[in-house]
Design a protein around this ligand. Structure first.
Ligand code: ZN
Length: 51
């Protein structure tokens, strides 16, 4: 029973850590991928066409 509990705790900890890492990575990518454009003031890829 103790081994099962330890494995469960380890699995939960690993899952939480991975979730935190994934969330941080996604937020960082979203921020760096779509910078605020200085031409039109909206968020889109840097070299998008302006019409
Ligand atoms: Zn723009």
């Amino acid at each position: 029973m103790t081994v099962v509990t330890a494995l469960l705790a380890f699995a939960v900890g690993a899952a939480v850590g991975l979730a935190v890492l994934a969330a941080g990575e996604l937020r960082w990518e979203a921020r760096t991928r779509l910078p605020r454009c200085t031409t039109c003031g909206e968020q889109h890829p840097r070299h998008a066409a302006h019409r």
